[in-house]
Design a protein around this ligand. Structure first.
Ligand code: PA5
Length: 518
C-alpha cells in the first residue's frame, strides 16, 4: 500500500462527495493501453445505446434506462412523454394515498403497502425500501416468491400490523405473465376475500400495456395501472415506474433518487477514461477476472441500510453478464459472480476465507463516511461505534491486501436518496461497459427462460402423475411406464404430492422401492 499509489489510482467527484479507490486492484498502467480499442468501442456502444439504437438485438429492443433520469435525452418526443407522463401520474397518485383522497374501500387511509413482484420487479424496490425507506409513510411488505408458507407469514404480518383492510397492494410485472407474481397476486386476492375485502379495489398494477396482468387489472377493477415500457429491462427498472411507484407511496424523495442517478450519469457518460468511474470500475473487473469472470466480486458495504445492495448487484450484474454466447455467436460462458452482505458483520462469517483461503475473488468495499445523524456515545474512552465501523473497514482492506487479495473501495458521504441514485447509476453503466468490453448482450436473459420452460414441463407431468395415484400402491417406475415420463421426474412428483397431502408414501430400501397410494 502506498500513498502515491492511492493518489494515482483514486478518482473523485468532489461535487458529489464520491470517491472510487482502485489502488489495491494492482492494475499496471500498461493495461489501459492494451484495452484502448475495447474502451473506445464501449464508449461508442453506449453512445449509440443512449441515442436509441437496438442495443438488445435478440429482443429487438432499445435500452432506455439512462433516459429515465433525464427525459430530455430520450431520442423521440413520444419516448420522453412515456417517461414524464407516468412520473407525474405516480407522484399524484402517491400524494392522494397520503392525503386519503385514494383510500381503502372502508374509508380508512392506507397504512401499509404490499408489493408483489420478483427479480427486477422486486429487488430494486426492496433495495430502495431498505436503504432509504426508514421513515416511510407506509411500511412496505413483499411477496417475491411462490412459497406458500412465505406468503402466509407476510399476510399474518400485514393482518397483525395495520390490517388487510388498510393495506394497499401493488402488483409489479413488466411482462405481466410471470408465474410467481401471478401466483402471489391470486394468493393475496384469496386472503383478502377470506377477510371479506374486495382485492381489486385495494390494488394497483405496474405492467406492460396489454399484458395479462394489465387485462386482469382491468377486469378486476384495480384502482389504477402504471405502464412499464419494453425498453426498460427488469434489472434496470428501479428508476422506472417499477421502483418509483412503491418509493413514492412510501414517501421517499424520488426526485433526489433520480437526481443522484442523473448526476452520476453526467460524469460517467463522458468518453474519458481518466474521469469515468463506471469505465474504470468495468476495467477493474476485467483486469481482476481476466475478462472471463475468473474472480468473484464480494460486495461489502459497511452500513446496515445497504445490506441489500450486494443482492441487488448480484442480479444486475449476473443476469446481465452471465451469458453463454457473445454477440458474434461464439460460446464464451461469460459472467462475473457477485455475493456479499455487509461489514463488519461478515468479518465474523466468510471473511476468514477471503483472508486466508482460496484467492478467487476481489472485494468491493462501500464506505459511508457519516456514521449516524445523532450524537455518538463513547464505547471506549474517546472512541465511538462509528470509529469502530471505519476501523474495521480500513483494517479488513489492509489485511486482505497484506495477504495478496485485491480490493476496490467506493466512498459516499451518507446513504440518501441522492447517493443511492448515484450508486445505482454507477453500477448500471459499469455493467453496460463491461458487456461491451467482453462483447455480450447484457440486456436479455435466455437462461431464465430455459428454467421457466423446464418448470412448466414439470408442472404438466405433476398433473399426469396426480391422475395415476389410486387405491393400488405403485412405484415411481410403474407410473413412469404408464405416463411415458422420466422415472426420476415421476418420483419427485410423487414425493411432492405425498408431502402435500395428496398421496401416502411407504419407504422401501431405496427410492425405487418406495410405493405411493391414494
Ligand atoms: O431482469 C429481468 O428481466 C428479470 O429478472 C425480471 O425482472 C423478472 O423475471 C420479473 O419479470 P416481470 O417483471 O416480467 O414479472
Amino acid at each position: 500500500m502506498s500513498w502515491k499509489s492511492y493518489n494515482q489510482n483514486t478518482l473523485r467527484y468532489n461535487d458529489l462527495g464520491f470517491t472510487l479507490d482502485l489502488s489495491l486492484m494492482d492494475i499496471e498502467p500498461g493495461f489501459y493501453q492494451t484495452m484502448k480499442l475495447k474502451i473506445d468501442k464501449a464508449f461508442s456502444d453506449i453512445k449509440a445505446l443512449e441515442g436509441g439504437a437496438i442495443a438488445n438485438p435478440d429482443e429487438g429492443r432499445m435500452v432506455g434506462h439512462y433516459w429515465l433520469r433525464n427525459a430530455e435525452l430520450a431520442p423521440t418526443p413520444e419516448l420522453k412523454a412515456a417517461i414524464t407522463g407516468p412520473l407525474a401520474e405516480l407522484k399524484a397518485f402517491a400524494a392522494k394515498v397520503h392525503s386519503g383522497e385514494v383510500s381503502a374501500p372502508n374509508g380508512s387511509n392506507y397504512q401499509q403497502l404490499l408489493v408483489i413482484g420478483i427479480g427486477g420487479s422486486a429487488l430494486g424496490p426492496q433495495l430502495v425500501a431498505e436503504a432509504i425507506g426508514q421513515d416511510a409513510k407506509l411500511p412496505i411488505f413483499f411477496f417475491d416468491n411462490t412459497d406458500p408458507a412465505g406468503m402466509d407469514a407476510t399476510v399474518a404480518k400485514l393482518a397483525n400490523a395495520a390490517g388487510l383492510d388498510k393495506t394497499l397492494v401493488l402488483v409489479i410485472s413488466k411482462s405481466g405473465g410471470t408465474a410467481e407474481t401471478r401466483n402471489g397476486m391470486l394468493e393475496a386476492k384469496a386472503a383478502f376475500e377470506a377477510a371479506g375485502l374486495d382485492f381489486g379495489r385495494q390494488t394497483a398494477a405496474v405492467t406492460g400495456t396489454g399484458s395479462k396482468l394489465d387485462q386482469f387489472a382491468e377486469t378486476h377493477n384495480f384502482i389504477t395501472r402504471f405502464p412499464m415500457e419494453d425498453w426498460v429491462g427488469g434489472r434496470t427498472s428501479v428508476l422506472s415506474t417499477v421502483g418509483l411507484v412503491p418509493a413514492a407511496i412510501q414517501g421517499i424523495d424520488i426526485d433526489q433518487l433520480l437526481a443522484g442517478a442523473a448526476a452520476m450519469d453526467v460524469e460517467t457518460r463522458k468518453p474519458d477514461l481518466a474521469t469515468n468511474a463506471s469505465m474504470q470500475l468495468a476495467l477493474a473487473w476485467f483486469h481482476a477476472s481476466n475478462g472471463k469472470g475468473e474472480k468473484d466480486m464480494v460486495v461489502l458495504p459497511y452500513k446496515d441500510s445497504l445490506v441489500l445492495f450486494s443482492k441487488y448487484l448480484q442480479q444486475l450484474i449476473m443476469e446481465s453478464l452471465g451469458k453463454e454466447l457473445d454477440l458474434d455467436g461464439n460460446t464464451v460462458h461469460q459472467g462475473l459472480a457477485v455475493y456479499g452482505n455487509k461489514g463488519s458483520t461478515d468479518q465474523h462469517a466468510y471473511i476468514q476465507q477471503l483472508r486466508d483461503g482460496v484467492n478467487n475473488f476481489f472485494a468491493a468495499f462501500i464506505e459511508v463516511r457519516k456514521g449516524r445523524d445523532g450524537n455518538n456515545i463513547e464505547v471506549d474512552p474517546g472512541t465511538t461505534t462509528a470509529d469502530y465501523l471505519q476501523g474495521f473497514l480500513r483494517g479488513t482492506r489492509k489485511a486482505l491486501h497484506a495477504a495478496g487479495r485485491k480490493s476496490l473501495t467506493i466512498s459516499v458521504p451518507e446513504v440518501t436518496p441522492f447517493t443511492l441514485g448515484m450508486l445505482i447509476a454507477l453500477f448500471e453503466r459499469a455493467t453496460s461497459f463491461y458487456a461491451s468490453l467482453v462483447n455480450i448482450n447484457a440486456y436479455h436473459q435466455p437462461g431464465v427462460e430455459a428454467g421457466k420452460k423446464a418448470a412448466g414441463e414439470f408442472l404438466a407431468l405433476l398433473t399426469k402423475v396426480r391422475g395415476e395415484i389410486s387405491a393400488e400402491a405403485k412405484t415411481a417406475d410403474q407410473i413412469a411406464t404408464a405416463t411415458g415420463a422420466d422415472t426420476e421426474d415421476v418420483y419427485h412428483s410423487l414425493t411432492h404430492l405425498a408431502n402435500n397431502g395428496e398421496a401416502k408414501q411407504t419407504l422401501g430400501n431405496t427410492p425405487a422401492e418406495d410405493t405411493f397410494i391414494a
